[in-house]
Design a binder for this molecule. Structure first.
Ligand code: SAH
Length: 258
């Protein structure tokens, strides 16, 4: 087992693989200026699909949910069967780095807690191709909530996610890469503590035992605990932000001096 196996093994039994909540997913869905009937949604980095199910149950859309780990997709497939949603929701093992879809295939790209993997700007530019001209992109992305912050947290997140940036800078990237920033809002604290960190912490002891306290498992748990500790101490300074953006019809070249 390597480090990645440990991460997947832990998170396949998690309700969610990142901070979030059903209520906030619905709030973001309400902010897209589009009918929610018969639209095609691509859910990128769906994990075990907590947001996939919310999208399916709160719209009449068709959803393609993609992830690279079959362990997560198996869990989502079970949920789809249980709720009898197989006629509207399909699951595919496809990488966000190589979207094997036709141009302009989707009305809406959804990606919670996953665009950081390809990188925020790269995701914006590469994923744009598969969106219809009047399509929308909805992502959550780790962002600084203030323009200054204590050194300890600056250092921690810059080391762990160098693309972390302020909300205005993220919005600027959205605008510069062919989208109209429509709305944004910050995920409330309960999305982190109650919905993500606390359920994870409850499972750590048994996870550690399952792996017979292996070095990798212990290291994983130590890092997770550090992350929680950082969040509790510095949550005023960073968080996940929902960004909602409409695809802009054309990308113009910069106009030369008039
Ligand atoms: N959207 C889910 C999961 C977020 S965690 C939630 O909010 O709960 C990030 C997800 O991205 C994980 O499920 C991980 O397996 C997936 N992922 C990692 N690399 C990927 C890639 N290259 N292509 C697609 N998905 C990827």
């Amino acid at each position: 087992m390597d480090e990645l196996d440990i991460i997947v093994d832990f998170h396949k039994d998690s309700q969610r693989q990142g901070p979030g909540s059903d209520i906030e997913t619905i709030k973001a869905l309400d902010l897209i200026c589009k009918t929610k009937e018969n639209i095609d949604i691509l859910d990128i980095g769906c994990g075990t699909g907590s947001q996939t199910m919310v999208l399916a149950e709160n719209s009449k859309s068709y959803i393609t949910a993609i992830d690279i780990f079959p362990e997560f997709l198996d869990v989502l497939n079970r949920k789809i069967k249980e709720k009898d949603l197989a006629s509207r929701v399909i699951v595919q093992q496809i990488s966000m780095e190589d979207l094997t879809f036709k141009n302009e295939e989707f009305d809406l790209i959804w990606s919670e807690g996953a665009i950081y993997i390809i990188g925020f700007e790269k995701g914006l530019t590469e994923w744009r191709r598969v969106l219809k001209p009047d399509g929308y992109l909805v992502v959550t992305e780790m962002s600084w909530l203030t323009n200054k912050r204590p050194y300890e947290i600056e250092k921690y997140w810059t080391k762990n996610y160098s693309q972390i940036d302020t909300i205005p800078n993220k919005i600027k990237l959205i605008e510069e890469n062919g989208y109209i920033p429509t709305a944004h809002f910050i995920l409330p604290e309960y999305c982190w503590l109650n919905n993500y960190y606390e359920p994870n912490q409850e499972r750590m002891e048994s996870f550690s035992e399952k792996h017979k306290h292996s070095r990798l498992a212990e290291e994983f748990i130590k890092n997770e605990k550090k992350e929680v500790q950082m969040y509790k101490k510095y949550k005023d300074y960073y968080g996940y932000v929902f960004y909602i953006a409409g695809k802009k019809g054309e990308l113009f070249e910069t106009i030369p001096e008039l």
